[in-house]
Design a protein around this ligand. Structure first.
Ligand code: PLP
Length: 399
């Protein structure tokens, strides 16, 4: 089985020209951007698509019948199809895509505009209490909303398996019953970088329970196939997927439960954001999410292996080697750690003074999450083994 160095050697000729396509990074010695889990950098093709749109056919979508308005409407509708193709939608005639400002708004859309329609008094839902706050608050909000109408909903915690860091199917089975109407899960954890093995959730809950997947940290980082996952909603951020800030989407299968019809008058859509999202998905498909996954996992593996050899650091989540073929390769492109003596905020400042942009705080973890600050390094296709090597040297000098 190939180790991270072999993967890097193999993919270097593919990766180098891709990095050159990020104007914010190209031709600069540094600093190194290691915060893609917060938001992604944008390749030139995405910026060009937005520029072309705004300088040739900017108008409102779904309103007006002159050429620019028609072009804008066609771009927005085309972007819905683009999202479906990107997610390997096996039944695009049935599913729907709704544009949002990001994953948070996407999860709230499913919660507030769809979930109340499937719940009656005494029903139960299962949601994560230690993932991102954005994947907990909306479900609790629905419980409060329905409680005010006299409808009581039991919210159960999606359980974790301490040994692997992903969901615990056996424990979940004990919490699922005939009144379970809905499960919210996360694809890749935003702090531990672990693939939460959500396909096992479907096996436990059976064929009829709708599952909403927060894919904010997986879309664009690895191939995400809705057919393979058998989930009902995929929610993701455009801005973490190389599109503009203020963009995101909900893909809804329309198979289990009523169709998702976002409530109220939605007003003018973020047309430039939607255009950027379609261009970003084109770019990612051309680059190949399978190779992006292998490249970033190999870099994350180098960093995790180096950190685990330094006593001064504690790596959160999987601690052992992530070498391809090992049992813990579930970790994707996120590595989070603490220094045993230096506070994480301080470590973040120190790292920036050495040219590394990392995130150092509590990472918006939900109620049951680990609230103590930590430093998160999150990678994307533009990151290089040289950046990781320099980071490791800097971290080693702080022991
Ligand atoms: N879910 C996860 C797993 C995340 O990592 C994030 C952002 O960090 C969100 C949801 C919220 O995404 P957005 O910033 O697009 O609202």
């Amino acid at each position: 089985m190939a180790g991270p160095e072999d993967v890097i050697d193999e993919l270097r000729p593919w990766q180098r020209p891709l990095r050159a396509q990020f104007p914010i990074l190209a031709g600069r010695p540094g600093p190194a951007y290691l915060d893609s889990a917060a938001t992604s950098q944008k390749p030139q093709a995405v910026l060009d698509a937005v520029h072309t749109y705004l300088t040739t056919s900017n108008a409102n979508a779904g309103r007006g019948s002159y050429p620019w308005a028609n072009t804008t409407t066609a771009l927005v509708e085309g972007a819905r199809d683009r999202v479906k193709r990107f997610l390997g939608d096996p039944d695009p005639g049935r599913s729907s895509v709704h544009f949002t400002s990001g994953a948070t708004q996407g999860l709230r859309t499913v919660a507030l505009d769809w979930l109340p329609g499937v719940l009656t008094d005494g029903d139960e839902i299962v949601v994560p209490f230690a993932d991102h706050q954005a994947n907990l608050s909306p479900w609790l909000e629905v419980r409060e909303l329905l409680a005010r109408q006299g409808v009581r909903i039991l919210v159960r915690e999606l359980p974790y398996q301490a040994s692997s860091g992903d969901y615990d199917p056996a424990e979940l089975a004990a919490r699922v019953g005939p009144r379970t109407r809905f499960v919210a899960a996360t694809h890749v954890h935003h702090v531990y970088g672990v693939d939460m093995n959500v396909h096992r959730v479907r096996r436990v809950v059976g064929p009829d329970v709708p599952i909403c997947l927060d894919a904010a940290q997986s879309v664009g980082h690895l191939p995400v196939s809705v057919a393979g996952l058998d989930v009902d909603f995929v929610v993701f951020s455009g801005h973490k997927t190389m599109a503009l800030p203020g963009s995101g989407a909900v893909w809804a299968r329309g198979l289990r439960g009523p169709r998702l019809v976002p409530g109220g008058w939605s007003g003018t859509p973020n047309t430039a954001g939607i255009v950027s999202l379609a261009a970003a998905l084109d770019w990612l498909d051309t680059a190949g999410t399978d190779r992006i996954e292998r490249w970033t996992v190999a870099l994350a593996s180098l960093l995790t292996d180096a950190l685990s050899r330094m006593d001064a650091y504690e790596v959160l989540g999987c601690r052992t080697s992530l070498t391809a073929g090992s049992e813990v390769q579930r970790r994707r492109s996120i590595v989070t750690f603490r220094h045993r003596a230096i506070g994480s905020q301080d470590l973040g400042f120190i790292l920036f003074s050495h040219g590394f942009m990392v995130r150092s705080d509590g990472h918006c973890q939900a109620g049951a999450g680990d609230k103590e600050g930590s430093v998160r390094v999150s990678l994307h296709v533009h990151n290089t083994p040289e950046e990781i090597a320099e980071l490791v040297t800097t971290l080693a000098s702080l022991q």
